[in-house]
Design a protein around this ligand. Sequence first.
Ligand code: FES
Ligand code: FES
Length: 168
Amino acid sequence: MVNLIAYFYHQTSDLATMAQFNLSINGKQRQVDVDPNTPLLWVLRDHLNLLGTKYGCGVAMCGACTVHLNGIAMRSCTLPVSAVGNQEVTTIEGLSEKGDHPIQKAWLEIDVPQCGYCQAGQIMSAAALLKANPNPSDEEIESAMNGNICRCATYTRIKKAIKKAATY
Ligand code: FES
Ligand code: FES
């Protein structure tokens, strides 16, 4: 049902009133003309072709759509573009220049992903955690990553990779 609602919203959003937004995304200024209620996720994917951020549930329950807003992990599927303002948005494409953020290096070293679908969101949540807390305990990792669902159950490797990244 939720997916149907999201699909319907997506298909009918063209009918709504448009407005122009200047967004700071991955260090660049981007301008979009969209319905102010459009979730940031769809602005990223449909208007800016930043496809790394994934759609999972659409209701802030799975973490697949996680991006950073001023360095803090945020669900982009429920964040209206009108609420972004001047805050710096970072997506998985902008996390590092060469894919060499400590979390990305640890993900490779530990070989975390299975199907990969949830992994951009996992990485963005983990990167925000390490920025706020460079040496998290097991409990702090579990608490910070709790809302990021992985259908392939890569949780053990995710925790191991976050601990590895903390040592770099
Ligand atoms: S798609 Fe945003 S939390 Fe699931
Ligand atoms: S790696 Fe498949 S859903 Fe997480």
